[in-house]
Design a protein around this ligand. Structure first.
Ligand SMILES: [Zn+2]
Length: 881
């Protein structure tokens, strides 16, 4: 038997201490590490936790040590990467995880070496997308801990398959990443450590290799390790055990050699791992601090779906694309996606800093867009006779007809909206307000007061028609808009368009009829409130819960607007909730709470949008919105990072997890990205969301989707929860801000679905609206640019757009999309502007060219792809002149 002793640290960049507090320790640890490695050749190597951000954090304080650090990294004595930060795997988008690796590996390479192993020692469960993403970076091995159960695997090494058929050799850590932290100069203690590791690892492997990770959270290297290894070799010589100062790369190499030698076939497993049997995965962690989770959704969407695609569009016309500034914004977002950070199991102070980082990313992103569009629009050749231009950007690859709410500044309240051919387009005013534009300009010391510039800030909504990735222009003319063909969407308590008929019930819930299938889905958006005796890590009910529903309680229903494009209702619930919840029960004293849902339906758009505003006055509770499916099935669908996952509605483990001493309850509570639905192959109900990652499927016969709108707690960690018995996770420190007192807005939408194609299609349209921009001035002398331009169009509804960006190196356009379906799809066609794009190549996630296989055919400004595998990601690289 060979024992690979790997010296490492697990560095939570922030958690129960802030980043700066941990950094004080980091600087000391790396200072000492440099001295130790330089002065002791026997100390072979030290792994800095599979991430590179610690290098940036250290060098900001000790720039003078860059050379020392580089030298040791190049020699692989300090081992870094491939990640930028150790991520959570469920909350970040697919593109965020890709950028985490792209940035992380780039930093590692600059220092001379990067570890090419998908090391994920502490993420709270493993996402199904990981093998696919790692393979895209030519990383062939993963090493993970949480979420794997002996019910699912028989050996520590197995092939972990991505949903697209890619695979990595996974190495499971049955005792976690601290299984050798107790090794010391104390021989008796060491015997216990060795015994425990043989017991846990030997039955799971036939390779005779034992991995000993010697390190722990925020710890320095153990300087005695060479001596300890020497003594272990002496002590166990008679048994033939061999102890080596090793690294993960050496360990993996040896395992692969052993596997090749033996003819034993390894197990093949695909999908996600989220069972808290042997270790905690905190299955309900996805709803803590939904204000921060929502910011994460907003900011990753801002960069993926607006900042980058809009800059890419202007790049095609010769404008500068600032990778450095854009990546600075990305870094703030990804720093927040570290597992403890985005799971929000930290102190209030740490969470406050996350909000500052999101704000910084927002400031960079929004300024980049507005500055660039101001400049770009002066180059568009616009005809002032057509009216005041309003430019509409579509940042997805496929054509869309989409409802768009815009805000413009106009001199006159009366106006007509036209498309670029001069046809009148229907619109509907949402609000009009008189403003003075001079308020937003500086008055100079020399010139004195500026003249006032009174005008109207007008918000209106219309259905915009865009034909692919690119933009079109609508025009506003100052003449009276006459619309005698007013179609009212709302009639009595019925909202209706061509797709859906929605009947609002007296209690504020509603029933949706799908006009295509005739199927009615009852009891949509029923509010459920219950106690939470859990902590930041887990929701957990009190021993005796009291659940309050809005069902059957009369709500106040008011019409906000009703016109040709949109109808909006305000549903107000006045509900009484117990003021607090304790471990045993809920508090007797009640508090009146107002929950207001704004329900919106647009003409010709197949969805009902809901914005629920919770004025939260009570502590330690959970509020969810419930949606009946009336579909008897044990399967539902939700999206993971790249495409759709089938998941079970009922999990049999819920009956025996406690008896079998699992670390936490296993039940159908999951994370999603854009949507979840229950669909029987012909009809179904789908709930889409903007930054509400958690849902649960409840009920066996009539499975309901329960979408978590708010889940609050006043402590980071508590002991002995109903859903998580035993020891505490984290510290028992108060986190008043996790009580989320005050107002919180939850945004989601409901649609019926009649085909698999609609799942991602409807969700993308809701989650990533079109973007509008009104130029400050009109340039009749604009140079080359037309008022409508679509450089790229994909005519396939199954395709999801992941990224449109400039390459990290050179001047290429990178376009990444994926098959959203869990099955093969055929005949994908991409049309592109061959005047702009000189050539096209296929690249991997590292943006390196790979061979184009025969399923691709390029001819006459278009790319035909014969078929795409289940959930396959494609990245194209277009050559610009
Ligand atoms: Zn950790």
């Amino acid at each position: 038997m060979k024992f690979h002793i790997v010296s490492h640290t697990h560095w939570d960049r922030e958690w129960h201490k802030t980043f700066e507090e941990y950094r004080v320790r980091l600087v000391r640890v790396i200072d000492d590490l440099l001295d130790l490695l330089e002065n002791n050749e026997a100390y072979k190597s030290f792994m800095l936790d599979g991430q590179t951000i610690v290098l940036e954090d250290y060098l900001e304080i000790r720039p003078e040590n860059r050379h020392r650090l580089s030298k040791l990294i190049k020699e692989k004595r300090i081992i870094v990467g491939p990640w930028y930060v150790q991520p959570d795997e469920f909350i970040p988008s697919g593109e965020s995880l890709i950028r985490n690796l792209l940035i992380g590996m780039e930093i590692g390479k600059k220092f001379g070496s990067v570890m090419e192993i998908g090391y994920l020692p502490d993420s709270f469960g493993q996402s199904a997308c990981i093998p696919q993403i790692l393979s895209g970076f030519d990383i062939n091995d993963s090493i993970v801990w949480r979420g794997i159960s002996d019910e699912d695997i028989k050996t520590r090494e197995f092939w972990w398959y991505g949903l697209d058929g890619s695979k990595v050799l996974n190495h499971y850590l049955p005792l976690g990443y601290e299984n050798a932290k107790w090794l010391s100069l104390n021989n008796e203690r060491n015997e216990e450590v060795i015994k425990a590791n043989i017991k846990a690892q030997e039955p799971l492997t036939s390779t005779g290799q034992i991995l000993m990770l010697c390190g722990y959270d925020q710890r320095e290297p153990n300087p005695d390790l060479p001596e300890i290894i020497k003594r272990l070799n002496e002590r166990y010589e008679d048994k033939g055990y061999k102890f080596v100062f090793s690294s993960l790369e050496e360990y993996v190499k040896e395992i692969r050699k052993e596997i090749r030698k033996s003819d034993k076939k390894l197990d093949e497993i695909s999908g996600e791992f989220r069972k808290g049997k042997h270790m905690r995965v905190h299955g309900s962690i996805g709803a803590t601090r939904l204000d921060i989770k929502k910011l994460n959704f907003e900011l990753q969407s801002l960069y993926e779906k607006y900042v980058e695609p809009i800059h890419s569009l202007t790049l095609l016309w010769g404008f500068r694309y600032d990778n450095s500034l854009i990546n600075k914004g990305w870094k703030y977002i990804i720093q927040n996606q570290a597992h403890d950070s985005i799971c929000n199991v930290c102190t209030d102070e740490t969470h406050d800093e996350m909000k500052i980082r999101y704000n910084k990313a927002k400031q960079i992103g929004n300024t980049l867009i507005s500055d660039r569009l101001q400049e770009f629009c002066t180059k568009i050749r616009l005809d002032s006779n057509k009216g005041i231009p309003l430019i509409i950007f579509n940042t997805l690859l496929r054509p869309r007809k989409s409802a768009l709410e815009v805000e413009v500044f106009l001199e006159n309240k009366e106006f007509t909206l036209l498309d670029r051919f001069g046809e009148i387009v229907d619109y509907q005013i949402i609000s009009t307000e008189e403003v003075d534009l001079n308020d937003f300009s500086i008055e100079s010391h020399f010139m004195g007061k500026n003249a006032s510039q009174k005008c109207y800030r007008v918000k209106f909504v219309f259905i915009a028609d865009v034909n692919g990735y690119g933009y079109t222009t609508y025009y506003i003319q100052h003449k009276k808009y006459i619309n005698d063909n007013k179609i009212f969407i709302l009639n009595g308590n019925i909202l209706e368009n061509e797709h859906l008929l929605v009947e609002i019930n007296e209690d504020g819930s509603f029933n949706i009829k799908d006009k295509h299938s005739g199927k009615i889905f009852f009891n949509q958006n029923v509010i459920e409130e219950s106690g939470n005796a859990g902590d930041e890590y887990d929701y957990s009910p009190p021993e005796e819960d009291k659940i309050i529903y809005s069902k059957g309680k009369k709500a106040d229903i008011e019409i906000i607007t009703n016109g040709p494009i949109m109808a909006r209702l305000k549903v107000t619930h006045l509900l009484s909730f117990p003021k607090d919840t304790y471990a045993k029960c809920r508090c007797e004293e009640m508090e009146e709470s107002i929950i207001t849902s704004y329900i919106t339906m647009y003409k010709s758009i197949k969805r009902v949008e809901v914005k629920t505003v919770i004025d939260n006055k009570v502590k330690n509770h959970r509020i969810r919105s419930l949606f009946d499916s009336n579909i008897e099935d044990n399967i539902h669908y939700a999206d993971q990072q790249f495409g759709i996952l089938k998941r079970q509605n009922y999990l049999k483990e819920v009956e025996y997890w406690k008896k079998d001493n699992w670390q936490e309850k296993y039940y159908p509570i999951y994370n999603q990205h854009k949507f979840v639905n229950i669909y029987d192959g012909e009809k179904g109900i789908q709930i889409m969301n903007k930054g509400l990652p958690q849902y649960e499927i409840i009920g066996k016969d009539n499975p309901k989707i329960a979408l978590t709108l708010l889940c609050t707690t006043d402590y980071m960690g508590k002991q002995d929860l109903v859903n998580r018995p035993g020891r505490r996770s984290g510290l028992h420190v108060k986190t008043p801000k996790s009580s989320m007192l005050g107002k919180f807005e939850a945004e989601y939408a409901i649609s019926t679905i009649n085909s698999e194609m609609e799942m991602n299609f409807l969700a993308e349209d809701y989650v990533y609206p079109l973007y509008s921009y009104m130029p400050v001035s009109i340039s009749e002398n604009g140079t080359i640019i037309q008022d409508e331009y679509y450089p790229l169009v994909i005519n396939n509804e199954y395709i999801g757009t992941s990224a449109i960006k400039k390459s990290e190196k050179g001047k290429f356009l990178i376009v990444r999309f994926y098959n959203t379906q869990n099955r093969l799809i055929e005949n994908i066609n991409i049309k592109y502007d061959s005047k702009i794009f000189k050539d096209v190549k296929i690249v991997n996630l590292k943006e390196e060219e790979i061979e184009m296989d025969e399923k691709y055919e390029i001819k006459n400004s278009s790319i035909d792809i014969k078929s795409l595998n289940s959930n396959e990601i494609v990245t194209l690289k277009f050559l610009l002149d």
